[in-house]
Design a protein around this ligand. Structure first.
Ligand SMILES: Nc1nc2c(ncn2[C@@H]2O[C@H](COP(=O)(O)OP(=O)(O)OP(=O)(O)O)[C@@H](O)[C@H]2O)c(=O)[nH]1
Length: 359
């Protein structure tokens, strides 16, 4: 058992449905931490760790990735404990830890794991739920569990206010669902970090969840059966990871994306369009029917790869994989002319002005 260094490091759990803006919010915090050093644990649902790649400083030692599957499905919290221990080492100099849960995680399971941590310097720092204001009604209709998640939160960030047709109504509904949480509207996850770092228990914060308050949901007891996860959000979802060393053809990819099946709710990753843009990779995000590409310079030394994670319900992974394979560009003929400019037009329709993205 670790000896206490006498410091208290709050661990904040950042949860919210697929694509609601958790990674965007985490990046905002990392850039606006006001001198606090934030350690991040990122839990990806898919086998390729797209979120970890998207988090600023992912290559540093203060961001750890717990990939491939919901953390809430771990039978006990020992894996998480190892990560928390690494971040809580005095030499890491970390003041606060944020765990970004996968978009399909059961937040109370992760809260429970943090509360169960035996590390003497770790204290539970609260549950932050991110809501996509533009998709809220649809998400709730499909996933009534969301109401329960909001009821457990200490802070709800109602994000994507810029895209919500009826933001006030969404805020009212969220307020009616929370128990004790503060409800904060936001765009691109821009919230005052103080909101999060203040969510600390152990300082008589009224209403903070305690271990006993948490409804039992799923197996965290040793020996429990994995089938008990059927009530979890992710039970109905499948994910597919796709990687290609050969560049994708932009026209083929747009055709694929424009005809993507209804159940394919979330796509995220990075695309290499090879000769169509040799300087940039294209981050892609689809959330519901929303689609966005963001060109960004290839990081120095990065392998030129396309890496995608697709998450959906009722999707046919084998067919989607074949369709993606068909998006790979044909090997160029040595005498082939330079790629035509128009090839990228379909992609550029979905590129947002950088001004709108600034966090
Ligand atoms: N218009 C708009 N887009 C946003 C906002 N916040 C995030 N986005 C975009 O929404 C998409 C998903 O954001 P992420 O931060 O990756 O969402 P996430 O919750 O981490 O996604 P998962 O890990 O897949 O659950 C990205 O394209 C973001 O740029 C916002 O306030 N407004």
């Amino acid at each position: 058992m670790e000896r206490s260094s006498g410091r208290q490091i709050p661990v904040v759990v950042l949860a919210g449905f697929l694509g609601s803006g958790k990674t965007t919010l985490l990046n905002h915090l990392l850039h606006h931490s006001g001198g606090s050093r934030i350690g991040a644990v990122v839990n990806d649902f898919g086998a390729i760790e797209i979120d970890a790649m998207a988090v600023a400083g992912a290559l540093g030692d203060s961001t750890l990735s717990l990939g491939n599957g919901c953390l809430c499905c771990a039978v006990d919290g020992s894996e998480l404990d190892v990560y928390l221990e690494r971040l809580a080492r005095p030499s890491a100099g970390i003041d606060v830890i944020v765990i970004e849960a996968s978009g399909l995680a059961e937040p109370q399971e992760i809260v429970r794991m943090v509360l169960a941590s035996e590390h003497p310097d770790i204290v539970y720092g609260g549950l932050v739920e991110v809501v996509d204001a533009a998709e809220f009604a649809r998400t709730r209709a499909g996933h009534p569990e969301i109401d329960r998640h909001l009821g457990l939160a200490d802070l709800v960030v109602v994000n994507k206010i810029d895209r919500a047709a009826d933001a006030e109504r969404v805020l009212d509904v969220v307020r009616s669902l929370v128990d004790r949480a503060a409800v904060v509207p936001a765009t691109h996850g821009r919230v005052d970090p103080e909101f999060l770092f203040d969510c600390r228990p152990g300082e008589e914060r009224v209403g903070q969840l305690s271990f006993d308050d948490l409804p039992r949901h799923g197996p965290t007891d040793a020996g429990a059966n994995a089938d008990e996860h059927t009530g979890h959000l992710h039970a109905a979802y499948d994910s597919l990871s796709f990687a290609s060393a050969a560049p994708l053809d932009p026209r083929r990819l747009i055709r694929f994306l424009d005809s993507r099946p209804e159940g394919l709710y979330r796509i995220k990753g990075y695309i290499d369009f090879g000769p169509y843009d040799t300087g940039n990779r294209y981050a892609v995000h689809a959330v519901g029917r929303f689609l966005r590409f963001s060109p960004e310079a290839w990081p120095a030394g990065a392998e030129r790869l396309t890496q995608l994670v697709l998450i959906g319900t009722g999707i046919d992974a084998a067919t989607l994989r074949k369709e993606l394979e068909a998006c790979v560009a044909d090997a160029p003929h040595p005498d082939a002319p330079h790629p035509d400019e128009q090839g990228m037009w379909g992609v550029l329709r979905y590129v947002q002005e950088p001004d709108d993205q600034r966090g």
